[in-house]
Design a binder for this molecule. Structure first.
Ligand SMILES: [Zn+2]
Length: 364
């Protein structure tokens, strides 16, 4: 009987997978949703994405709206990642905020844009706050993964494509007004650990222990979050800068290959780095090598919505992949070992983008 059962199950499994038209490659998209979204629209959107091979969705929504949205995702067989920005928070106690190299708090002097009010990941109360905020999402039954975003320091160095936009030049290293955290607690803890007074260092960037210290602070926070979420039987994914050593570590102190997360979503946004679509292969190769099999790497692609006018758009945040670049970006990522693809955003995809994506993924 046993001998008969196994081939029967195998045959059934083949039938089921054929019926579901399961795509060969995990495919996700990031999408933010306003308060009280129209659930019929959400369902129609998810159905559309699913017809293009989506296996999961990464949705930023309030903790109140998430249960209904996640339920729809599950009804359609989509994995649900509750996408949640972490460190940018307004209205918290003053001493929770990072202090830059000029001694200014991000509370009063946010770098680049006025919503860049970044909390200090090394502050114990900040850690408790972030962990409990994430646990609220993990407690929602249909949430499979809580997806950590902005789990990092402020960009000490901006991506090359953004220098002109902000009128800044980072060729000599970090921007002192964005380089954090030089609060009393961080400075004295670092001195105790290493004997180095970072406030006296001529060039803090040239002190490798200081970079490592801050990477470790983010890693410690992520570890606390993972411990809490895993204890609830849920998983953790994270949106991270590319690399990590080439970009994430020097820019935002994310040594994310060392994090105990279950899935990494590096934002391999080539246009931000003034790189062509071919760069996806190169950067994904670094990422896959860095994680060394510890977690799947889902390559994040930035899509240019208004692609026919791309040449006229000044702001690089309006750039992204053209339909004609989709195949290069997707194949480059997958051939380099990415376990899947994530689109920022499915809402930016035009008919032409979808046609190219279908060709490369559904044909696989
Ligand atoms: Zn600090």
């Amino acid at each position: 009987m046993r001998k008969l059962l196994i081939p029967l199950f195998a045959a059934l499994a083949v039938l089921v997978s054929c019926a579901e038209k399961k795509p060969a490659v995990p495919l996700y998209g990031w999408q933010g949703m306003g308060k009280n979204p129209d659930l019929n629209e959400v369902r129609a959107q998810f159905e559309n994405w699913k017809s293009h091979g989506f296996t999961g969705v990464c949705i930023q929504a309030s903790v109140e709206d998430t249960p209904a949205i996640a339920k729809i995702a599950h009804e359609l067989g989509l994995e649900y990642h509750a996408w949640k920005p972490c460190m940018l928070q307004g209205g918290k106690p003053h001493d929770w905020y990072c202090v830059n190299r000029l001694g200014q708090s991000a509370d009063e002097f946010p770098a680049y844009v006025n919503y860049y009010k970044a909390l200090d990941p090394a502050h114990p109360e900040v850690q408790d706050f972030i962990v409990s905020m994430i646990k609220e999402y993990a407690a929602i039954p249909e949430v499979d993964y809580v997806q950590l975003d902005y789990i990092r320091y402020v960009d000490a160095i901006l991506a090359r494509g953004l220098w002109d936009k902000y009128g800044l030049d980072f060729s000599n290293g970090p921007y002192p007004a964005a380089d954090c955290c030089y609060c009393e607690r961080c400075v004295s803890e670092f001195k105790e650990l290493t004997g180095i007074d970072i406030l006296q260092a001529e060039d803090p960037q040239a002190v490798p222990e200081w970079t490592a210290f801050r990477c470790k602070k983010v890693t410690e926070l992520v570890t606390k979050i993972c411990d809490a979420v895993h204890a609830m039987g849920k998983k953790v994914s994270a949106d991270v800068f590319p690399g990590p050593d080439s970009h994430a570590v020097p820019m935002v102190r994310q040594q994310w290959n060392e994090w105990p997360i279950d899935m990494a979503f590096p934002m391999n946004y080539n246009d931000f780095y003034l790189e062509p679509a071919e760069w996806l292969a190169e950067i994904t190769a670094e990422e896959v090598k860095a994680v060394d099999g510890k977690m799947p790497v889902i390559s994040g692609l930035f899509i240019c919505h208004d692609w026919q006018r791309k040449a006229e758009i000044k702001d690089p945040e309006g750039h992204g992949l053209l339909p004609s670049e989709i195949a290069t970006a997707v194949k480059g990522s997958l051939d380099a070992g990415a376990a899947g693809i994530c689109l920022f955003t499915p809402g930016s995809m035009t008919e032409e983008h979808w046609a190219e994506l279908d060709k490369v993924l559904l044909a696989k």
